[in-house]
Design a binder for this molecule. Sequence first.
Ligand code: NDP
Length: 237
Amino acid sequence: MAQKLVVITGASSGIGLAIAKGFAREGNPMLLIARHIEPIAALAGAEIAYQAADVTDYASIETAIRAAEQSWGETECLVNSAGFADARSFQDVAPADFAREIEVNLIGTLNCTKAVIAGMSRRKSGTIINISSVSDRKTAPAAIAYTASKYGVRAATESLREAEGKNGVRVINIAPGYVKTNIHATMGISFAQYCALLGNPDFMSAEELAEIVLFCWKLPQSITIRDLVVAPTRTSF
Ligand code: NDP
């Protein structure tokens, strides 16, 4: 397992970056994808291809994955972490904005999955890990399109597992609560403002979540943790 190719989206920041550091420690070659990405100093020495690409652009995602596979063989693990949240009141969100949120969080996840699933199914081996959210099963009066996108991610994840589990492919839904990352930046607010917006909850670290993702990955290929909600103990959402 140590030498197999891992593809991670959203790898320039937050959860995706922490997962990339975890896989680097395992010795896996990686393709790291985000719209803006440069070589990461903390990953120096690891076998890594960096690709600036938008997960909503299927052609560029497929091209990047096929190129990495030329070097390291077919993708054994895909981690879909690219995503963002718009916490504004729905009344203030333009149609193009909520369409984009669903496009990135849900269609982006499907695009990357589409680029690897046939190979995994044929080889009877592979793991897809989707970083969903506790918002994939809990409604809230905020982040309306985000919640819809993550409900979609969870539904797609479990449906794909039902389709491909019999072919030896693991499909895993990870549903985190609050994680301290840069997710507030795309909302145009500071971390302090973000905390205030949420009612100053506890956060887990991206590294703590990455350890859990790595735990799921390191189980035998014959075992799938299908769906995992993980959140700071003292948060109620
Ligand atoms: P960050 O903002 O820290 O990281 C988001 C990453 O996604 C960045 O690398 C960003 O890079 C990339 N990204 C965003 N849009 C695109 C796109 N269209 N194409 C390719 N890459 C993209 O946030 P998090 O690490 O917190 O978020 C990661 C995932 O975790 C998201 O799906 C989020 O919904 C989920 N999550 C986060 C929680 C939290 O509390 N932080 C809780 C539950 C789930 P770039 O902008 O350069 O493209």
